[in-house]
Design a protein around this ligand. Structure first.
Ligand code: GLP
Length: 253
């Protein structure tokens, strides 16, 4: 893993945007994450699109996950969120942005067909990831198999509580989600996980320095040969050896 530590969330966003830009230029398949952490990255990519002509017109995108049981046009569905925060402000065709079908009658076959669609498209070239305070990636909660595929997942009470800020109350947060599995995510050719703020410090420490364990699903990045973890100083504050991690640019940049 390459660990990159930056001072602020905006600097983290700029670094992550630098990682994604060359892939956009190649018309790559980009894996997108929702949540608030990637927003500075998306803002910076939108700026580069508007001011520097960075085009995503030949790209495809796959979302990591979607709430199950929330209508697609609900403002908190990830389908709506990614359009509002990112893809609606760049030139990627709307039809090229795929997400799991959170309204499917049969969630298990919707999950399997989403997993198949990613493979059929040739896989994800670069995947953006956030991390939950409990170490989850996408919606792979602790105890998720490190080889799991896209599937229906029961959300952890901590995740429901954390995501309640996007809804009027915790009661409105869906209890389930369709999420790419850890095995699915590990098939992406490059991974860029971003984390900012002190609430992520424990999870970042477990991801970087803890054992490989389903208790911290993000630790699965230790198995990937092109994973970059970009954090701000407060998310890095529990790393025991942060000084030595600083500023080793990933080999592929
Ligand atoms: C959600 C998403 C994850 C995201 C996590 C952290 O549960 N499914 O993909 O990484 O929240 O979100 P935030 O960046 O808002 O802290």
């Amino acid at each position: 893993m390459d660990i990159i530590i930056r001072r602020t969330p905006d600097e983290v966003g700029a670094y992550a945007a630098d990682c994604i830009e060359p892939f956009a230029r190649q018309g790559a398949t980009i894996g997108l994450a929702t949540g608030s952490t990637p927003n500075p990255t998306y803002k910076e990519l939108i700026r580069r699109h508007r001011e520097e002509g960075l085009s995503f017109a030949n790209c495809k995108a796959f979302l990591l996950d979607e709430y199950y049981g929330l209508p697609r046009d609900h403002e908190q569905s990830y389908y709506s969120t990614i359009r509002r925060e990112f893809t609606g402000s760049i030139d990627i065709p709307d039809a090229a942005v795929a997400s799991p079908n959170g309204e499917a009658e049969d969630p298990h076959s919707a999950a399997a067909s989403y997993d198949h669609a990613i493979r059929h498209a040739g896989g994800v070239d670069i995947q953006i990831l956030g991390i939950g305070a409990n170490g989850h990636i996408a919606f792979n909660e602790p105890t998720s198999s490190l080889r799991s595929r896209t599937r229906l997942i029961d959300l952890h009470p901590r995740t429901i509580e954390d995501n309640a800020r996007f809804f009027d109350s915790a009661d409105e947060v869906p209890r389930q989600a369709l999420s790419q599995g850890i095995g699915t995510i590990l098939e992406a050719r490059h991974l860029v996980l971003i984390a900012t703020g002190p609430a992520k410090a424990n999870a970042v420490q477990a991801l970087v320095e803890g054992p490989l364990s389903a208790s911290c699903p993000a630790s699965a990045l230790q198995l990937h040969n092109a994973a970059t973890v970009v954090v701000d100083e407060s998310a890095a504050e529990l790393l025991s050896d942060a000084e030595t991690y600083k500023d080793f640019d990933p080999y592929w940049r």
